[in-house]
Design a protein around this ligand. Structure first.
Ligand code: ZN
Length: 285
């Protein structure tokens, strides 16, 4: 079995997090933290890993230079929306404008073809996938389908071809899904972000290892604000649960990420970005 893992990041502002976005905390460039993506890239590069970076256009001014450098070093740039509004809250016209304009801006700024998309807040459905295809995208990586992820959607993959456990293809369009495992009385996402930060590491490690024993694919994601050694700004109107979500586990997420890389290497996973995976598949056809 050929095993493949993918490392990604949703390059967005601290203020794009749902807890802040809903409570009206105004964007403050001084604390928005997009530039912290460099710590993630530094770690990945130690292991020669090329990631896919899903970029929110409204965050570009803080990290355009780092992204240009990342692209030169072999990482992939893809789209995470014009802003961070969930497509589930958009009209069709608004969604089409968001992906069309977003793609155009990234292609002009970075002089590279943009083929991938991840929906803000994983807000995807089949209608949105058809729109992505029409606008020239070749893959999506938004399928999480987790009931606790507010504003997320979901896709029925039953009529797709299964390339890997988490990779499906239909009419040359690919869906890279985020993994969940059966845990406690329901499901638990194990692909990254808040879940890896907030769930005690011995529990998360147990479930990731259990998953890796029987899977042929794994996808990891995180956000710049989650990898940070500096304090967060004062945030207004957030409750204790939201405060925990924003703060907890930020100081050791990189260490956990490193542990996950080591687990994948021990289990002989190839690690590449989505674009590379699709190119390799097409070469072999
Ligand atoms: Zn996001």
């Amino acid at each position: 079995m050929h095993k493949t893992a993918f490392f990604t990041m949703d390059v967005e502002s601290l203020y794009d997090s749902l807890a802040l976005y809903q409570k009206g905390n105004q964007y403050n460039q001084k604390y928005s933290l997009e530039e912290n993506l460099r710590y993630y890239l530094d770690l990945l590069e130690k292991y020669n890993i090329k990631a896919t970076l899903f970029v929110v256009i409204s965050s570009l001014n803080k990290c355009e230079g780092i992204l240009k450098e990342a692209l030169k070093r072999g990482h992939e740039i893809a789209l995470h929306g014009l802003n961070h509004k969930s497509p589930m809250d958009m009209t069709d016209e608004e969604f089409i404008l968001s992906i069309r304009e977003g793609k155009k801006i990234l292609e002009e700024k970075f002089n590279t073809k943009i083929i991938g998309y991840r929906a803000p807040m994983f807000g995807i459905n089949e209608k949105r996938i058809e729109m992505l295809k029409k606008e020239g995208f070749i893959y999506d990586s938004s399928n999480l389908s987790f009931h606790l992820a507010l504003k997320s959607g979901g896709i029925d993959l039953s009529n797709y071809n299964k390339c890997l456990n988490l990779v499906h293809e239909k009419d040359n369009f690919y869906e890279f899904s985020l993994a969940k495992v059966k845990a406690y009385s329901g499901h638990m996402p194990i692909s990254g972000g808040g879940y890896i930060r907030l769930v005690p590491w011995f529990v998360m490690k147990y479930y990731i290892l259990k998953f890796l024993r029987k899977t042929d694919s794994y996808i990891y994601y995180c956000h710049p604000f989650e990898i940070c050694y500096s304090k967060l700004p004062k945030l207004s109107n957030i409750n204790r649960r939201e405060w925990m979500y924003m703060h907890q586990g930020r100081f050791n997420l990189l260490r956990k990420t490193k542990n996950i890389i080591k687990m994948l290497k021990r289990k002989k996973f190839d690690i590449m970005n989505f674009k590379e995976y699709i190119e390799k598949r097409q070469e072999n056809c």
